[in-house]
Design a protein around this ligand. Structure first.
Ligand code: GDP
Length: 194
C-alpha cells in the first residue's frame, strides 16, 4: 500500500522524527545499526504507512560488509516499492552534514547522502530533505544554502521549500517537513486523478 519512507545516516534523528509523526515511542540514541529491517507504522489519521528504513553510513562497531549490505537492502527496498512510495524523506544532521559530505567528495567517491538524494530522484520518488538538529546550527540560511549546493539544487534554499525542510525534531518542531510531505502527497493524488 501507499507509503512515505524515511532514510538517513544513523544518528541523524530518524527515531525521534518517527516518534513525532506517529506518536509511538521509539528507542532513540540506541545502538546504531539495530534497525535492520523496515518498520511500518500508520501515519495518524491518514490511510498510508510511514516506513523507517535502517540507518546507513558509518556506525561504530558495525563491520564494513554489514554496512554495505544495509545500504544494498535499502536501495533494493526502494527500487521494489518505488511505485507505492509517495514521498521519500532524506534526513540529514544539519550540524554535520556539510562537513561529512565534503570529507567524502572526491574523484571516485560520492557521499552517501548525495547518492541517496539522486537515487530517490532517479527512481521517481518525490523527496523531502529534512535538515534536522537545526537547534545546533547558528548560521541557518548559510547552512541550508550549502546543503542545497551539495545536493545540486541552486541556492538560495528558500526557493526549495517544497524540498528543503529545516527541523528540530527533538523539540517537536517538524512543521516544515510535514508541510513538504503533504505537498508531495497532494501532487500524487492529483496525478492519480489524471
Ligand atoms: P536515529 O539513529 O537516526 O534514529 O537517531 P535518533 O532519533 O536515535 O537520535 C540520535 C540522537 O540525536 C539522540 O541523542 C537524539 O536525542 C538526538 N536528536 C534527535 N533530534 C534532535 C534535534 O532536533 N536536535 C538535537 N540537538 N538533537 C537531536
Amino acid at each position: 500500500s501507499d507509503e512515505v519512507i524515511l532514510v538517513g545516516r544513523s544518528n541523524v534523528g530518524k527515531s525521534t522524527i518517527m516518534r513525532e509523526l506517529t506518536g509511538h515511542s521509539f528507542e532513540t540514541g540506541g545502538k546504531p545499526g539495530v534497525t535492520r529491517s523496515p518498520n511500518h507504522y500508520d501515519w495518524s489519521g491518514d490511510d498510508f504507512m510511514i516506513t523507517d528504513l535502517p540507518g546507513f553510513g558509518f556506525m561504530s562497531g558495525v563491520p564494513d560488509d554489514v554496512r554495505e549490505q544495509i545500504k544494498t537492502d535499502i536501495v533494493r527496498y526502494i527500487e521494489e516499492y518505488a511505485d507505492n512510495i509517495l514521498a521519500g524523506v532524506l534526513v540529514l544532521d544539519g550540524k554535520s552534514a556539510v562537513d561529512i559530505i565534503d570529507r567524502h567528495s572526491g574523484e571516485d567517491e560520492i557521499p552517501h547522502d548525495v547518492e541517496m538524494f539522486h537515487f530517490l530522484r532517479d527512481v521517481g520518488v518525490p523527496t523531502v530533505v529534512a535538515v534536522n538538529k537545526m537547534d545546533k546550527v547558528d548560521d541557518e540560511d548559510e547552512r541550508l544554502n550549502d546543503i542545497c549546493d551539495r545536493l545540486g539544487l541552486y541556492p538560495p534554499w528558500k526557493q526549495w521549500q517544497d524540498t528543503i525542510a529545516p527541523i528540530t525534531a527533538k523539540r517537536g518542531s517538524i512543521g516544515p517537513m510535514e508541510e513538504a510531505i503533504r505537498g508531495h502527497l497532494e501532487d500524487a493524488k492529483r496525478d492519480d486523478l489524471k
